[in-house]
Design a protein around this ligand. Sequence first.
Ligand SMILES: NC(=O)C1=CN([C@@H]2O[C@H](COP(=O)(O)OP(=O)(O)OC[C@H]3O[C@@H](n4cnc5c(N)ncnc54)[C@H](O)[C@@H]3O)[C@@H](O)[C@H]2O)C=CC1
Ligand SMILES: O=C(CO)COP(=O)(O)O
Length: 331
Amino acid sequence: MKSAADPAPRRLAVIGAGAWGTALALQALRAGNDVALWVRTAEGAARLQGENRNPRLPGAALTGLRITHAAEDALAGATIAVLAVPLQHLRATLGALPPLPPAVLVSKGVETGTLCLPIEVLRARAPTLPAAVLSGPNFAHEVAAGLPAAAVVASDDAGLRAEACERLGTGAFRLYPGSDPTGVQLCGAAKNVVAIAAGAAMGAGLGENARAALVSRALAEIARLVAALGGRVETASGLSGLGDLLLTCTGTSSRNFRLGHALGQGSTPAEALAASSGVAEGAATAPALVARARAAGVELPVCEAVVAVLAGALSVPAAVTRLLERPRREE
Ligand SMILES: NC(=O)C1=CN([C@@H]2O[C@H](COP(=O)(O)OP(=O)(O)OC[C@H]3O[C@@H](n4cnc5c(N)ncnc54)[C@H](O)[C@@H]3O)[C@@H](O)[C@H]2O)C=CC1
Ligand SMILES: O=C(CO)COP(=O)(O)O
């Protein structure tokens, strides 16, 4: 029973009620926060309130969440904001919000045009706001169900990364503080592109050996990129890198993997994108990631192949041939 000495639960706002925002809102509730979940449209908020469920998360009841379309209400008194909108919509969403408390960004990707990573998008709106990124091998439906999972919360701000781990973590959702936000963001962005490649390989029937080779070589290219852009190479073999590659390149729940699978089976990019449910962040991120890497002088052969296939410039078999014909170097 709650005693008079128990402190009131601290407020936390989740901005974005897609699958991941909703799952993290439920997780924050389990961790003891008073949680408000901001929904983009008034109709969407009314539907979630009325049905007490999110169609993107079958089976998860939303009991206990304060669901609202009013950003001022969601953020009033909140001491942490979890930003969970798809990366390509983050800038516009931030532009419409009142001032934010310290933020935890959970979107994965690189912004089209600007080539910004999530924290860089936030910086344009709030140049000095403490910010962290949460990333790892986490399918939303499993986190919503309370199944065991782990992720890293990386920030230059040691206080924020510790607080975010405590406020969002539980025994089953194990959060590790990290101090390489650049590396974590690059890994989270790149793994979605690589998942498209892995899905394409499997869809084209190339076999398990081909997928393992592709993912291993992709991990090497991700590590090169992380190092070139000022992150730490070891981050690529952590939860946000290898961990998320393992999940998304093997788990058929991955939207990016499924998009690639359809391409491998012969769908055109337009058909595969139209058939994909929810946001496959890797599609918009692929050209932006490759452009950012090129600007830093880094070659990303696997990601470049995905860009060419998505642009309709190369078929999946031709992309495979191109990768196999690259000159061999020492591993
Ligand atoms: N679903 C998952 O398992 C995980 C997702 N993520 C990341 O979380 C981010 C959000 O993904 P999900 O929650 O899965 O998305 P989702 O596919 O479930 O939902 C898309 C969301 O985008 C919103 N949206 C659509 N158009 C918009 C616009 N113009 N402006 C603002 N919002 C708009 C929709 O209202 C909806 O809430 C992505 O960056 C994704 O990579 C990260 C880890 C796990
Ligand atoms: O980021 C994710 C798992 O960590 C979700 O993967 P998809 O976006 O490919 O579904």
